[in-house]
Design a binder for this molecule. Structure first.
Ligand SMILES: Nc1ncnc2c1ncn2[C@@H]1O[C@H](COP(=O)(O)OP(=O)(O)OP(=O)(O)O)[C@@H](O)[C@H]1O
Ligand SMILES: O=P(O)(O)OC[C@H]1O[C@H](OP(=O)(O)OP(=O)(O)O)[C@H](O)[C@@H]1O
Ligand SMILES: [Mg+2]
Length: 262
């Protein structure tokens, strides 16, 4: 995403610092867990990490925007039928790599549990007898299923990769980074739709394609027809094309957005 946003990125994974002189930015390649700490302590102006790791760290850094990848939920899990909500964890042991996040969640629910902090592979903690339940990242649920575990209770958190910034930062450079990444996310999430439609149905047609601000409508040489251009969510493109066609629109074209600034 940084490359798409026009920044210099590292060429091999051993490079830990990259100076991007054209953009006047220095990039530090840190562990996901350490990013919020560096940003919070003020040595680094902005960072990219998981929302779950930001909250777990207790850092004063703040979330600027979701980046649309690395999506997961953070959930309690245990042996089937043993617990159905966080309240059932009272007086029990919960293993997790996200002790800060789990402690503050349990505290908010008024539950007193023994939080066992592990580095990873927490799904094994129940089998090996160090915990009664776990709290961990769940994406597809494959890891839990393989261990014969089931999620229970409400999701603790929905996470994804996020751009974070120092709480007191007012650097212009971060605003540029934020705008550029917003452009990359938008270019990934939207496509550009062009179509022709009879002028008589243009009001109905633009309701299907309202765009971000408002669609561009131009008159064709044949003045009984209009040309419409609008951004539409990528995932709904074909449905919208079907609906436009049914309405009477023709010459419906989809174009990729390479980059944009909103
Ligand atoms: N299966 C997954 N699907 C989606 N996101 C995930 C998944 N596993 C971990 N994450 C996310 O990745 C981030 C943690 O990254 P990662 O697992 O690479 O960290 P780490 O294990 O601490 O790092 P490292 O492997 O470098 O030691 C968290 O924000 C977490 O939500
Ligand atoms: O729901 P799933 O698709 O199975 O994905 C979730 C699993 O992925 C992560 O583990 P990771 O590979 O990062 O291992 P770790 O916990 O040991 O760091 C996470 O901790 C879960 O175990
Ligand atoms: Mg990991």
């Amino acid at each position: 995403m940084l490359r798409e946003a026009g920044y210099r990125v590292r060429r091999d994974s051993k490079e830990l610092i990259v100076a991007d002189q054209d953009n006047d930015v220095e990039f530090f390649y840190l562990r996901p867990r350490d990013v919020a700490l560096y940003v919070g302590k003020g040595q680094v102006d902005a960072g990219i990490t998981g929302r779950d790791l930001l909250l777990d760290s207790g850092s004063t850094a703040t979330e600027v925007m979701g980046l649309g990848f690395g999506g997961s939920t953070f959930r309690f899990a245990g042996r089937p039928g043993e617990a159905s909500s966080a309240a059932d964890l009272d007086g029990r042991r919960v293993a997790t790599s996200y002790a800060g996040l789990v402690r503050s969640h349990l505290e908010a629910k008024g539950v007193t549990a023994d939080v066992v902090r592990l580095d990873g592979a927490v799904e094994t903690a129940i089998t090996l007898g160090v915990a009664d339940a776990i709290a961990d990242v769940v994406e597809t649920g494959t890891t839990l299923r393989q261990q014969g575990l089931e999620v229970f209770g409400e999701p603790i958190l929905r996470s994804e990769a996020v751009l974070i910034r120092r709480a007191d930062a007012s650097e212009g450079g971060i605003d540029v980074l934020h705008r550029r990444l917003t452009g990359v996310v938008t270019a990934r999430e939207y496509v550009l739709l062009d179509y022709d439609c009879p002028a008589a149905i243009v009001e109905q047609a633009v309701q299907l394609t309202p765009g971000l601000e408002s669609p561009t409508v131009s008159t064709l040489h044949d003045e009984t027809w209009c040309a419409v251009r609008s951004m539409v969510p990528r995932g709904r493109t074909n449905r919208i094309m079907d609906e436009l066609y049914d309405l009477g629109a023709r010459a419906i074209l989809v174009t990729e957005i390479t980059a944009c600034r909103l």
